[in-house]
Design a protein around this ligand. Sequence first.
Ligand code: PHE
Length: 452
Amino acid sequence: QQRAYFTIEGESYPADQWTNTPDTILSHVGRRLYLDDNHPLAITRKLIESQFPNPVFGNYSEKTPVVTTAQNFDVLGFPPDHPGRSRTDTYYVNEKTVLRTHTSAHQQAYFQQINRNEQTRPEEVGYTVIADVYRRDAIDRSHYPVFHQMEGAMLWKRPSPDPLAHSSATAAKIMADLDKLPRHDVGVEDPNPTIHPERNPLQAEHHSAEEVEAVGAHLKRSLENMVIRIFTEASKAAAASAGTPTEQEPLKVRWVEAYFPFTSPSWELEVFWQGDWLEILGCGVIKQELLINSDVPNRMGWAFGLGIERIAMLLFNIPDIRLFWSRDERFLSQFRAGQIARFEPFSKHPACYKDVAFWLPPAAVTGGKSAAGGAVPFHENDVMEIVRGIGGDLVEDVALIDEFTHPKTSRKSMCYRINYRSLERTLTNEETNGLHDQVREKLVGLLGVELR
Ligand code: PHE
């Protein structure tokens, strides 16, 4: 797949040594599923946006997925050795350009926009943005290399350019806004202090503890209200399809300390629903350095980000993430704008499991370089990418089922089990055998493994 340049959404980008974005991934660009009113991703988008209404929030989407490494990583304070930057995890268009791995890549642009619109739309101090995001990852029913995220943020103006002067006034203003948010009576577990000196530090040179308590309280209530709305809808849909109101444990939420390079303090919000704690979103108090670098030095605020498929799968009871890309009317015809109802599977075609076992090349065992200098350390995501490139949406799942190191030669052996299953039809033996043979060949050709 050596090519000189890419055209993505009408823009041209030169390829280089870093390029690792295959055409099968690029073929997903431009679908904009979140704009198809009757698609479950669009219905989910609208439900979330309704919790962040105008005029305080503008509700946006971002068309092209191509961003610079500066936007995706540097501006947000990702350290140079952060694993997210690696070519095993991220699709590079070229050295300086990637397919965005998260909607946070647009934070700076939206903060700059709030500043630009200060005179014309002074009340719009927040935004939501939805977009397709891309990650090299495992293959199973809840992971797909292209998915959608929504991000939101809200800022408050501080009265003085001196960051810590009048911080009580800022805190009071935020608390007054908190008071205007609807209250709820769902149980909330929030065991940790807002600020923890190591795990969740105060940005002491920029913020007072009082301000951070206020932003944190506003953030938490806003996001609790949002997830309560989502899961109330999900419970209603589940009860409607069961026919009778089902006996269910009441909804609960909890706040867990987290880390993101561009927020501090940071949290994850989890929801207890139908017997499991589900991680729903990441969020935090925006790093002031980022706001300073985004033309809004005299504002502070919160941001959150969440995966849309995850939530849509729960809302609509969609069992396999590949279904979102289906053009099959048996899928698409089940959804109507504004309605949340349980998906009825139209058929389940047989699974076809095929194993592939191989020895890693000697250099890959240690993760070092071979004498010839050619071999790269083995990374599972490269196996996934090969399988994806050949099987595409015909592969439901790839699982490592065995791994061992030979006691004498200390060579390492891996065995992966691939489940070939179409969502739409029964695959023939010839077809799956043909795909599997190609996978075996490519593993040898691209990773230098030795088949067993
Ligand atoms: N971008 C983060 C992610 O993809 C989520 C996030 C967004 C966290 C905004 C904090 C603030 O995991």
